[in-house]
Design a protein around this ligand. Structure first.
Ligand SMILES: Nc1ncnc2c1ncn2[C@@H]1O[C@H](COP(=O)(O)OP(=O)(O)O)[C@@H](O)[C@H]1O
Ligand SMILES: [Mg+2]
Length: 253
């Protein structure tokens, strides 16, 4: 059965795109037919995995301007991975999200339903907001996983998100699961990071950690999967690979 995951916190720079992309690659590498849907109007996930601009973007599908298969692009050098892109500049996902999704909150749900006939794993990459577009994506997901950085403001963000998600679940009668948090860019040598971890562990959440690893940024700059990126023979740290494998196993099982 197909499963849909969103990585979300209404905060920028916490690693939503990095983790969405990395977990999508991991899923594809493990043999699951996987699609990464770029629902962030900035199109970061698309510019990470695609070099050339595509003919269509996800908002063209949502507005019936093309079929899903016309907009989906296979990711170069990553068997089993596909992306439904967003243009960033020149795209109209933001406008569509602001103007249309309010009256049609189930459009992403319908898109996911179509995708689930063809893909085993669906990953939605969202922008930092919590507007109509993000709400629509969250209620279309089976599970939401929150990435956060080890800062006090991220803990505040998590608390606000938990509160807002409760409201969304009630409003849309949604049973989406939210019980995992990833502390990204974690450094156990830093006392403040350990303190954030202690506070986070007091909640009812399973906590995962991903360390700072420069390969993420470098792989994004070179349009490749972090798992495949090598510079002078070196790729992701062993510890990072262990974290990704652990998270991936727990998400899709
Ligand atoms: N674990 C990490 N180690 C090092 N750099 C990271 C890590 N996670 C994310 N980054 C970098 O941080 C920046 C912001 O990450 P991004 O995934 O774009 O955040 P978001 O999607 O939440 O805005 C990017 O430049 C990315 O390469
Ligand atoms: Mg992002």
């Amino acid at each position: 059965m197909s499963k849909t995951i969103s990585f979300h916190l209404q905060k920028g720079g916490v690693g939503k795109t990095t983790i969405s992309g990395t977990i999508s690659c991991q899923s594809a590498m493990q043999g699951a037919k996987t699609i990464l849907v770029d629902l962030d109007p900035q199109g970061n996930a698309s510019s990470w995995f695609l070099i050339d601009k595509t003919k269509y973007e996800v908002s063209d599908v949502l507005q019936g301007r093309c079929f899903i298969h016309e907009a989906v692009v296979p990711v170069r050098s990553m068997k089993n991975l596909y992306i439904l892109p967003s243009f960033g500049i020149g795209g109209d996902l933001k406008k569509y999200g602001e103007q249309v999704i309010k009256s049609e909150p189930y459009v992403i749900f319908d898109l996911v339903k179509q995708l689930s006939k063809e893909y085993d794993h669906i990953v939605l990459d969202l922008s930092p907001g919590l507007g109509n577009l993000e709400t629509s994506a969250l209620i279309a997901s089976d599970e939401i996983i929150t990435p956060m950085t080890p800062e006090i403001f991220s803990l505040d963000g998590l608390e606000i998100f938990i509160h807002e998600l409760e409201g969304i679940k009630k409003r849309f009668n949604s049973s989406v699961v939210h019980n995992k948090v990833i502390i990204n860019s974690f450094d156990e040598r830093i006392e403040q990071h350990k303190e954030i971890l202690r506070v986070a562990l007091k909640g009812e959440y399973s906590i995962y950690k991903i360390a700072v690893d420069p390969v993420f940024r470098k792989s994004q700059e070179s349009h490749t999967a972090p798992q495949l990126f090598k510079m002078r023979g070196k790729g992701l740290k062993k510890q990072t690979l262990r974290s990704i494998t652990e998270i991936s196993q727990n998400i899709w099982s």
